[in-house]
Design a binder for this molecule. Structure first.
Ligand SMILES: [Zn+2]
Length: 249
């Protein structure tokens, strides 16, 4: 059995500057947690799980007898805290918790390979089971227990589509521009942690008479674009549409 040559664990550990740990492998194997290939001479450890470990479904190769030299270091409480929110790559760790930082990273990710994590609960294991990205244009973010997709060129166009539809009569908020934190958009609510069932629900004002009277083919195209967004792209709009936000929730 051949494992991966690179996994989120290797990227995250290197970005954090933590040294891999373990004993010298005397046979080839595959890490049970992240799926990294372990060659003779690499560091490894026997696969042992603490009583509180409940993430069996995320294991790359359940039942395998070894961990790589990276994964065990990501399950300490310090490491779990350090990996909850971040953009991990060869250039280190970039913050990914304040909305502005998230918006910046989503629009300008680091050179691949990189890993993006956004925890939605305390003590969530993020580092060893996040997707590894090989492209700055189409990438995945680990949001809580999900991996969500972001296509950068689609996200850019979605911001314009939001502005066009969000300024329609019947949709446009009555609050003065200066008092609004979020750019115009046609959603009633966008969730930052994807826990709310009302996430990315379209404003019913879009289908009002007032909106219909101002409707053009550009609006039809914009609505079509928004309806084709991935969950990751509607999630990303939460941050990209709120450029002045400094809060972390
Ligand atoms: Zn591993």
């Amino acid at each position: 059995m051949k494992g991966q040559s690179i996994t989120s664990s290797t990227i995250v550990i290197q970005a954090l500057g933590i040294k891999p740990d373990g004993a010298i492998a005397t046979e080839d194997g595959v890490c049970a947690m992240c799926g990294l290939h372990i060659s003779i001479g690499d560091l490894c450890a026997p696969a042992e799980y603490s009583q509180s470990f409940t993430d069996e479904l995320s294991l790359a190769v359940r039942g395998n007898p070894y961990f790589c030299g990276y994964c065990p270091s990501l399950t300490t409480s310090d490491a779990i805290r350090a990996t909850g929110f971040g953009v991990f790559s060869k250039s280190g760790v970039k913050p990914f918790r304040k909305w502005q930082d998230i918006a910046d990273a989503l629009q300008d990710p680091p050179e691949p390979p990189f890993v993006m994590t956004y925890a939605t609960a305390n003590n969530q294991h993020m580092g060893w089971r996040a997707p590894v990205n090989e492209s700055r244009d189409v990438f995945m973010v680990r949001v809580g227990l999900r991996d969500v997709l972001v296509r950068r060129h689609v996200l850019r166009r979605a911001v314009d589509a939001c502005e066009l539809l969000g300024n329609l009569p019947g949709v446009k908020p009555k609050v003065a521009k200066a008092a609004r934190r979020t750019l115009p958009n046609p959603y009633t609510f966008i969730s930052s942690d994807l826990k709310d069932a009302g996430h990315a629900k379209l404003n019913p004002g879009l289908f009002s008479d007032a909106a219909r009277q101002a409707w053009t083919t550009a609006h039809t195209d914009a609505l079509e674009l928004l309806r084709a967004l991935s969950l990751g792209e509607t999630w990303a709009l939460r941050f990209v549409l709120t450029p002045g936000a400094g809060g972390d929730k």
